[in-house]
Design a protein around this ligand. Structure first.
Ligand code: MG
Length: 163
């Protein structure tokens, strides 16, 4: 098994859609980013890359590259998963946390789990998503943005078998 963690944060901005875990969430503000700003999928991608020893999302998808402008982060996730597949690495499970003062995310957790589990090819029970506030402390607490944390476990038994 290989463990990886990912952390990301994005600032709120007007005239942007709020996309978290591949799901559009009704809110007056979205997240500023070169991509669609899906902070949860970015943390997940970083955790996957970290577990595989493949660096980070900024290295693979630089925001200086126009090809990634407003890109759907699920496409980035698919590319990361492709890199894992090429290395015979399989995702075992993912545990994800979103820190946001607003909006209330509880009504959207099931949809996000569904979406991410489908993308990872895992049953929903292997994809956990938690949402919390930071009790009005810090940048998330002041409503300046959203932070996300991800921990994943990869199964490298396919790789070991090939060696
Ligand atoms: Mg990001």
């Amino acid at each position: 098994m290989l463990i990886g963690q990912g952390i990301d944060a994005h600032r709120f901005a007007p005239d942007r859609r709020l996309i978290l875990g591949g799901v559009e969430i009704p809110h007056e503000l979205g997240l500023e980013a070169h991509s669609d700003g899906d902070v949860l999928l970015h943390a997940l991608c970083d955790a996957l890359l970290g577990a595989a020893g493949l660096g980070d999302i900024g290295h693979h998808f630089p925001d200086s590259d126009a090809a990634f402008k407003d890109i759907d982060s699920r496409v980035l996730l698919q590319r990361v998963l492709q890199s894992l597949t090429e290395r015979d690495l399989r995702v075992h499970n993912a545990d994800l946390t979103v820190v946001a003062q607003a909006p209330k995310l509880a009504p959207f957790i099931a949809s996000m789990r569904d979406c991410i589990a489908a993308d990872l090819g895992l049953p929903m029970a292997r994809v956990n998503i938690k949402a919390t506030t930071s009790e009005r402390m810090g940048f998330t607490g002041r409503g300046e943005g959203i932070a996300a944390f991800a921990v994943v476990l990869l199964d490298d038994s396919g790789l070991s078998a090939a060696l």
